[in-house]
Structure formats: C-alpha cells, structure tokens
Design a protein around this ligand. Sequence first.
Ligand SMILES: *Cc1c(COP(=O)(O)O)cnc(C)c1O
Length: 455
Amino acid sequence: MSKEIPYKIYLEESEMPKQWYNVRADMKNKPAPLLNPGTHEPMTVEELSGVFCRELAEQELNDKDPYIDIPQEILDFYKMYRPSPLVRAYCLEKALGTPAKIYYKFEGNNTSGSHKLNSAIAQAYYAKKQGLKGVTTETGAGQWGTALSMACAYLGLDCKVYMVKVSYEQKPFRREVMRTYGADVTPSPSNTTNIGRKILEQFPGTTGSLGCAISEAVEVAVSSEGYRYVLGSVLSQVLLHQSVIGLETMAACDKYGIKPDTIIGCAGGGSNLGGLISPFMGRKLRGEADYEFIAVEPASCPSLTRGKYAYDFCDTGMVCPLAKMYTLGSGFIPSANHAGGLRYHGMSSVVSQLYDDKLITARSVEQTSVFEAAEQFARVEGILPAPESSHAIRVAIDEALKCKETGEEKTILFGLTGTGYFDMVAYQKYNDHEMSDYIPSDEEIAKSLANLPKF
Ligand SMILES: *Cc1c(COP(=O)(O)O)cnc(C)c1O
C-alpha cells in the first residue's frame, strides 16, 4: 500500500480542494458567539456587515455547513502558488538520528512569504464582489499586510494598512513590498484616527501594538464609504480559508498512505494551526481516526498555556466585538526583547474551544530555543524559516528526539508557515548571542487579566 515517498509531494491541479472545510460543523461544543460590545448580545450578520463584507460576516457565523465552495476566481488565484509542497524532512531526520518520520507543509512559497495569502485573496474577493472600493487592515511584522496588498493589487481594490510603528521603522523592506503592490501604509498609532490620537496623547513614545493598529483600521473602515475591515488571523472565517492547507495535506497523506500521529502548528491567532488541523480534527471528532495535536506558542506571549478562557476585546480600542478566547488581556504587550512573532494577546475562539475540550494540547517555548531550531533546520533542509514557523520546528525536533530515546517510529507533521528573509534583525541578535528570553511573571499576567471586561 505504501508507495516510495518522494522528497516533495505535490498534488495534481485536479486533486486540489474545491471547497473549504468548516470544522465548527463537526464540533460538539461550538465556539462561543461573538458579542456586541455595547449590548453583550450575540452579534448578528446585520451588525457584523457594518465592519466585514456580507459574505464574510455569514461565514463568520456559520457553524453548520461542513463544506463551503471556493469560488472559481479564488481557485484560479490559488493555482498561482498552490498546491504547496508536503516535504519529507529526510535530511532533518538523518541529522537528528531519529527513527521518527518528519513531514512539513511549506506555505512560504509565495512573495508574501507565508500562508496569509490563502485568506487575503478570499477576503479581497468578497469585498470586490460586493462592489466595495477598498479594505483596511493592520499588520504587525508585515506578512499579512503584504499578502493583502498582493490580493488587492490582483483584484484592483484599494488597500490601507496600519502597520505597528516599531515594525514600520525596523522593517522598511516589508513596508516597501506593500507599497510596491499599491498599498497605503501608515505607522500606528497615527494621528489619522481618533483612537490613534488618543493613544498618542496617553503614551507619547509608544511604538504601537497590534491591538492598537486594529482599532485604527476598524475606525477608518466604519467611517469611510465603500470600505470594510479585514483581519488576517483569529476570526473563524480566516480559519475556514486556511483549511486549504489541511485539505491539501490530508489529500497528499492519503495518496501515499501516510498517517500522521502528531500534528504540530505554531499559534499566534491560531489561523495556520486551525487550517492545518481542521480536516484531521474533523476525522477525530467524527470518530474516524485519532491524532495528537500540539499548538506551540512563545513563552513570552502564552495565551493558551497561561491565559484565561474568557470574553475579551480583540483590540486595544475596545471597538471590535467581544470574543470568548484564551487571552492574556487586550492590553497585554509582549516584552520588548521578544523577536519571534506570534504576539497577539488572544487565540481564535475555534482553537480555544478545541483546547478547552482537551482535543488539542499546547506548549510554550523560549525564543532562543526557537532560533536554535530554526538554524538547525535551515542548515539541513535549505529553507530559512520564519521565526513564527520555527516554534513548530522546535517542538517537531523535540518530539523526534524523544523518539530517538524510545525508538518509537511515529510520524510527525508540522506546518512550516513561512520564510524569514525579513527577520534578519532577529537572526542577527541570535547569531551575536544577544538574544535573551523573557517569561512574564504571574503578577504581570494577573495584572493584565484584571482588565478583562466584566459583565
Ligand atoms: C502570521 C503568521 C503566523 C501566525 O499566525 P496564525 O494566525 O497563528 O497562523 C505564523 N507564521 C507566519 C509565517 C505568519 O506570517
């Protein structure tokens, strides 16, 4: 049954998924609904349509339909850079001397350098279809902003990006890629919005945060005719679009009789992890197969492993709907020495519910050990990984080393979400031995959690 496994498995175009998979349909305990921040009642499609495009608002609230057709225009765009390869990490296995088999799904093979393009094209498509002029968003490190700029350029939509100020200044190359694709990029906080001006008044020297950039982008979307807001992670619609990762992976595994035992993903807002594991989780939920799922997060921003499962704001400005999620509090900002990405204070409500139901486990890892894994991987597998992705590499290597001790021949699969060419300042710190680890104290986390909304 099992064929010789090629180094890289590419699906045929005809084998690519034509529908996204919505894991919420198979979850017994559905993720808690988004709440209106004013009334604390569940958000309706009408209410969400003021912020998001209509069709995306419907996807956001859809926890019934297991499959949703991918429109032909999006399939055509996917063909430009998909299918992405499922790679057997033969060289890494050999270097580690492990009996484990290691596979990774590589999503860095497009100009944006990450999986984020899978949802950017979908969100831009629905905006265009609705006849909108443009979209607004925030970006931290810049991968999401880049992906959205590419999608908007392709469809002829205007794109306004609020980029966390520290990244705007430290990552000029990312900024210029976005501008090359026609996006309008503003460092956040800025004086172009009410919330930005308010934050600048309160914290004059601030270098910004994702939560603050989200508030600015939302403000501009709701106050500009013909604009809507789009978000690159956390939301259930984003996990839905990212299920294309898991569907391709599952099709490739099934084609070659590969049965992963442990599936690992890095987790910032939870979209690549959710997308990679969704179809496998579906099988588990339906009792057809069993897998171990591991979410990996930074020790400096540990929402799953040390946060609280509660309703919280998605943004610092407290204008977005409330989401029930594992959170560190919407005011939580990881320490300044944190260079590994995955900085968001909360986790997707789908991933949060699966974690709360003990269907997923989670681990936190320190950034020096993450960069050590990144370097080890780069030297044998040839790909320079994004720091975010390297969280998953860390745990994949740890699991493979455990197998070396026990002799277990299990199959490990992880998501390699992107490349790290724009993260060379972080790599430089690591190479110069100037990188340190910072783990927030219980007091710091408790202080941030004390500001959770109470009702
Ligand atoms: C944004 C990003 C992540 C984290 O986001 P998720 O929504 O948790 O997937 C991980 N890796 C890369 C390369 C990214 O750009």
